[in-house]
Write a protein of this length. Sequence first.
Length: 86
Amino acid sequence: MDVDLTKRILIRCFLYGWALLLLWFLMYVIMADWIYTVHSKFFDISMHDFALMNYYGMALVKSFIVLVFLIPYVAIHFADKKRSSN
């Protein structure tokens, strides 16, 4: 596979992941009460537990995005830069 294609895929996945996180955060900030009302009908959770699940979920997704997409992108970028300078 082409190195440039791999880099483009990784950076796009990283950016799409951050867009997903931003959307999740905005929906949580704007519509938290409504989302909690819908979910509390199906699950016996408190508002505090609901908030914790959202924040932990966002932290988990953020960590995943950085570990799976950003770190390999940076590694490939520096390896490609070193390869092209030689």
